[in-house]
Design a protein around this ligand. Structure first.
Ligand code: ZN
Length: 222
């Protein structure tokens, strides 16, 4: 196998942590994704654009794309409850916000099947001191990012999952992302990014708490 081929088989899309990404890959192999069917479809696309899918450089591309798609869309076969049910009790339950910022994610625009990538920022107000580890919030973002997705829905999915599975009294999620479908085609705006927010519970209803949460999430509170 050539160096180039080995490079392409590497997991180029990394999650919030290296070891976690490897776990994802291991799980992906057991997921009910029909790799052969994806590969057949990719061959069809290559032929349809006027390429020869059998030429040397492209012959291994369909199965390689299939494996990449299985990884990029592996969130379809994962669920947030698995991560968010591992709660522990905060020693001093109170009115303190928990804030996790700058969670990297990669997702797939469901309108163009082109990637969008960015950062998620999450704040929640625990109920009865019930909190989860930092990495569980990042995993939850990945569960919803690794699907055919819209940024608006990704933002809402994360807020709803933390509300439902953690029982948080309030949740605020801010997502900023760049969309390749916007940068490479259509309007071709290279520098535009999109910001979406989802507010739930107390952080939607209480103006002062909402302002505090959004200030912390935007990075202007320090
Ligand atoms: Zn798009």
């Amino acid at each position: 196998m050539s160096t180039a081929a080995e490079h392409h088989d590497d997991p180029v899309f990394t999650g919030p942590g290296g070891p976690a990404t490897r776990l994802y890959l291991a799980r992906t192999k057991e997921q009910p994704v029909d790799l052969d069917r994806i590969a057949r479809a990719v061959r069809e696309i290559l032929a349809a654009v006027g390429e020869n899918p059998d030429r040397e450089g492209l012959s291994e591309t369909p199965p390689r794309v299939a494996r990449a798609y299985a990884e990029l869309l592996s969130g379809l076969h994962d669920n947030p409850e698995r991560h968010l049910s591992r709660v522990f009790s905060h020693a001093a339950p109170g009115e303190d916000l928990v804030v996790v910022r700058n969670i990297d994610f990669q997702s797939m625009c469901e309108h163009h099947l082109l990637p969008f990538r960015g950062k998620a920022h999450v704040a929640y107000l625990p109920a009865n001191g019930k909190v989860v580890g930092l990495s569980k919030i990042a995993r939850t973002v990945d569960v919803f990012a690794r699907r055919p997705q819209l940024q608006e829905r990704l933002t809402a999915n994360v807020a709803d999952a933390i509300t439902e599975h953690l029982g948080a009294r309030g949740v605020a999620v801010v997502v900023t992302a760049e969309h390749l479908c916007m940068q490479l085609r259509g309007a071709r705006k290279q520098t535009a990014d999109m910001v979406t927010t989802a507010l739930r519970g107390v952080l939607a209803d209480d103006e002062a708490m909402k302002r505090q949460a959004l200030l912390m999430l935007s990075g202007n509170a320090f």
